[in-house]
Design a protein around this ligand. Structure first.
Ligand SMILES: [Fe+2]
Length: 235
């Protein structure tokens, strides 16, 4: 096995563990230097999740938790291509998303935001990429929500993403943002990513092509696992 198969993490792209303006990082950032583990067989090969773990309909958040009607909010399509650092497609990889509802509220006991839950919206979905590395979700555009990190803090609208990729080394947990959101300019999590090009990689592109006429706006969010063009992890 070629141990140089994955490039080391580029800290010019990914946020540091400690971000001064992002309070939570102060208690969870490592205090000691990290110990690099060699990329052995287990790191380079497993796990791999494929279509077997995903059920039909898991990719449609407007239907996967319906109780008595459609969820409220703006229906959107979120799709893209997952590639490796050499622009090869990454097929059969698990893509999971989770998000707040249209009012900016999560179904989670720790979410005390004074906004309504939607009984028809779970806010979680998953799918596997196809042979060309493509994925596609139908969901509701999430609302911004207050964040106690700082006075008048609100998170920009975002969707959380987790990708396994072909191995442990390619695992990526990150967030997708929406173009034109003014809160992105003052968000300590997004600003923790060290350069503008890398920050832009987390902003979806509005896509006429992916828009479904008279039904849903389309957003494109392409993801690169590892390498110089890697999609940054979240802070
Ligand atoms: Fe969130």
């Amino acid at each position: 096995m070629d141990e140089s198969i994955y490039a080391p993490r580029d800290w010019g792209v990914h946020p540091p563990y400690l971000i001064e303006a992002y309070k939570s990082t102060k208690v969870r950032a490592p205090r000691e230097p990290l110990v690099a583990l060699p990329q052995t067989l287990s790191e380079l090969t497993g796990p791999v999740y494929g279509h077997g773990a995903v059920k039909d309909g898991d990719d449609d958040l407007t239907l996967n938790a319906v109780v008595d009607g459609p969820p409220l909010g703006e229906r959107i399509v979120v799709c893209g291509r997952v590639a490796d650092e050499f622009d090869n497609p990454v097929p059969d990889t698990l893509v999971e998303i989770w998000q707040a509802n249209a009012a900016g509220r999560y179904i989670h006991e720790a979410d005390g935001h004074d906004a309504p839950l939607d009984p028809n919206f779970l806010g979680a979905g998953r799918c596997a990429t196809d042979a060309d590395g493509r994925y596609r979700f139908i969901t509701i555009r999430p609302g911004a929500y207050p964040w106690p990190n700082h006075h008048k803090g609100f998170r920009p609208a975002h969707i959380h993403f987790s990708l396994l990729g072909p191995s442990f080394v390619t695992r990526l947990v990150t967030q997708m943002y929406f173009p034109g959101d003014p809160l992105m300019d003052i968000d300590p999590i997004l600003l923790g990513i060290p350069n503008e090009t890398a920050r832009r990689a987390l902003v979806a592109t509005y896509s006429v092509e992916e828009t479904v006429a008279e039904w849903a706006l389309g957003y494109r969010f392409d993801i690169v696992l590892r390498g110089r063009e890697a999609t940054p992890r979240e802070g």
